[in-house]
Design a binder for this molecule. Structure first.
Ligand SMILES: Cc1cc2nc3c(=O)[nH]c(=O)nc-3n(C[C@H](O)[C@H](O)[C@H](O)COP(=O)(O)OP(=O)(O)OC[C@H]3O[C@@H](n4cnc5c(N)ncnc54)[C@H](O)[C@@H]3O)c2cc1C
Length: 586
């Protein structure tokens, strides 16, 4: 079965055997070329100037944005009719990944090409696109997205900014304050969310030059110091009615749909940042000596290199699998027809669960990686002469924006239940089936042959998850339970993505690569089985009482068992390969 056209969330309900997924090994020459150009640009033109940009030299930041425009990096998601290239989501994610090591600049870039540009691309009228798209893609103008307010962050729909139609019906008058707006200090066009008559949540295209719009002081941030983040004040700002984006009262669609792709891009960004940070560690461990040896020879350091490598491999597997799913579904759409972008949005929305899973998994992975990268540097990781310190600071916000990781976690099971209720799939029947199977022990119909242990583990996790989901269904209002459910889902998707990727590329790999791939698979399987066990334990401890807690723990221990051999050797081998290459190498 092709995974790519599966329904969103289906991975939890279907077996892994026979599924085919997109993975980095499938990148086309064109995609690789784009990635190389971007990587070169970041290495040669951005990273050398990053210190100056971190001092908030915004003229320099804007000049670098213009260079992105020269290289066509703003055209990736823009329709051909408007001079864009409208490339696939895989390319879009690759660019996000390659720009990511530039930390704050990647957020500036994302503010322009992601949340800045996409609402206009997806919801703009032809007139709006003619007026603004070329200005933005040429780099003449910078875009920003203004949703958050001082009193409405996660609860974005409770925004207080108002839009009032003038008696002559020609303008909306905007009043309010927006908070934490990326690119605010140098943006020319803002997508602003406000409520018409204090009720209908809507989006507006607002030019910097409109009277009454002013920008606050730059926030003094922990990290991303080279990006602009400030408040925007609207004091009777007259916005022409032609600049209403989408329909009145439908702003939530714009706000939330931009977030699905935004989340996947952030996941790709996290992967790219992790690779940048990892390279710092992989280089440092072969230079620093203690006790007469390079620190990279110590098992404690080697284990970190191996675990980080496996975690990055897993994040790549997740990001590009989801990007492939989006591309496959988008490719089935007929480009003709006025409702193309509506259907396009639906295709993206189909994988809202997977996008949220990717965001949480990859940003959490980044947090663990940058923490270990600082640790590997010892005291030098704590001082700003070393890039490890910057990566550590720049990481922290990734778990907060594009929906905090708590909000995304809660969203994951919520969407799953919603899909079941709207009969996209029959969750109760699947839960019943899983209960019967679990009652009789392990999954019996798991595949034989290559990676038998891992396929069996995955099948067991899915079955056990479904049995718990049946009980968790009664506790939808208990967030602690929903978070545990989300963590189990994240483990399942991650493990499946890695198993399917390794299984797909294994036979064509060289002998030495085969060993490394097997090693990564062992590490990820071991790690995710352990994480799943803890999440399942939390879930049943919250839901059950007395003897049944013990019964569940015993069942969980049996179904999450992964009797792997050679884990230590696999880690040592991966660590040695990382030291040899001085960077992420898979
Ligand atoms: C550097 C930076 C750049 C940003 N760029 C932009 C931008 O360009 N445009 C824009 O519009 N916004 C931007 N933001 C805002 C960002 O998206 C918000 O900070 C984020 O959505 C969280 O909102 P908040 O800060 O108000 O936190 P809150 O919503 O107040 O959350 C505080 C805590 O409560 C938790 N919480 C809140 N509600 C719930 C709930 N229902 N259930 C469980 N837990 C909950 C959260 O997870 C969090 O841990 C940016 C922020 C920063 C710091």
């Amino acid at each position: 079965m092709e995974d790519n056209l599966a329904r969103g969330g289906d991975f939890l309900l279907t077996g892994a055997a026979g599924k085919s997924i997109f993975s980095p090994e499938d990148f086309s020459d064109e995609q690789r070329q784009f990635a190389e150009t971007t990587e070169e640009f970041i290495k040669k033109e951005v990273l050398p100037d990053l210190d100056r940009m971190e001092q908030q030299d915004f003229d320099l930041v804007v000049a670098k944005l213009r260079r992105c425009a020269d290289l066509g990096l703003f055209l990736v998601d823009v329709p051909e009719d408007f001079g864009g290239m409208e490339l696939d989501k895989v390319t879009s994610m690759l660019l996000a990944e390659k720009i990511a090591p530039a930390g704050s600049f990647s957020i500036t870039y994302g503010g322009q090409t992601g949340i800045g540009l996409l609402p206009l691309v997806y919801y703009g009228t032809d007139d709006q696109k003619h007026r603004y798209l070329e200005k933005l893609t040429s780099g003449a103008w910078v875009a920003a997205y203004a949703l958050t307010e001082p009193n409405s962050g996660s609860d974005a729909l409770s925004a207080r900014t108002t839009a009032t139609l003038t008696p002559d019906g020609r303008h909306y008058i905007l009043n309010g304050v927006k908070q934490f707006i990326t690119n605010a200090s140098f943006a020319d066009l803002f997508t602003v969310f406000a409520k018409i008559d204090g009720k209908q949540f809507s989006a507006f295209l607002v030019e910097k030059g409109y009277a009454g719009l002013s920008i606050g002081d730059e926030e003094k941030k922990m990290g991303l110091k080279g990006s602009s983040t400030a408040q925007i004040f609207f004091d009777n700002v007259m916005v022409p009615v032609e600049n209403l984006l989408g329909e009145p009262g439908k702003g939530h669609k714009i706000a939330f749909n931009a977030l699905n792709i935004g989340r996947l891009k952030l996941a790709a960004t996290a992967g790219g940042m992790a690779k940048g940070a990892f390279a710092e560690a992989a280089g440092y461990v072969t230079e620093r000596k203690q006790f007469g040896r390079i620190i990279g020879d110590f098992g404690a350091i080697k284990e970190k290199l191996a675990d980080m490598t496996a975690a990055i491999f897993a994040s790549d597997s997740v990001v590009y699998r989801v990007a492939g799913m989006l591309d496959a579904r988008i490719a089935t759409l007929d480009r003709g027809g006025a409702d193309y972008y509506e259907r396009y949005q639906k295709a993206i929305e189909e994988y809202a669960i997977e996008c949220a899973v990717a965001k949480v998994f990859c940003t959490d992975m980044l947090a663990e990686v940058v923490d270990e990268v600082v640790q590997v540097h010892g005291g030098y990781g704590y001082v700003s002469d070393y890039a490890a310190e910057r990566y550590y600071r720049d990481e922290r916000i990734q778990r907060i924006f594009e929906g905090t990781n708590e909000i995304n976690r809660i969203l994951i099971p919520t969407l799953l239940f919603r899909r079941s209720e709207s009969a996209v799939f029959d969750l109760p029947a699947k839960i019943e089936g899983a209960r019967t199977e679990v009652k009789y022990g392990e999954v019996t119909n798991s595949s034989e042959g290559l990676f038998r242990l891992e396929f069996r583990l995955l099948a067991n996790l899915k079955n056990y998850f479904l049995t718990l989901l049946g009980s968790a269904d009664q506790a939808r209002d208990t967030q602690e339970v929903m978070l545990a459910v989300a963590d189990m889902i994240i483990s399942i998707f991650t493990l499946e993505s890695v198993i399917l990727r390794v299984n797909k590329v294994f036979s064509a790999a060289s002998d030495s690569r085969k060993e490394l791939l097997e090693g990564v698979l062992k590490i990820v399987s071991f790690e995710q089985a352990g994480r799943f066990y803890l999440s399942a334990g939390r879930c049943s401890a919250y839901l059950l009482k007395g003897e049944s807690i013990i019964e569940q723990h015993m069942l969980a221990a049996r179904l999450t068992a992964y009797p792997v051999e050679g884990l230590l050797e696999a880690k040592q081998q991966l660590a040695d390969a990382a030291k040899d290459s001085g960077k992420y190498f898979l």
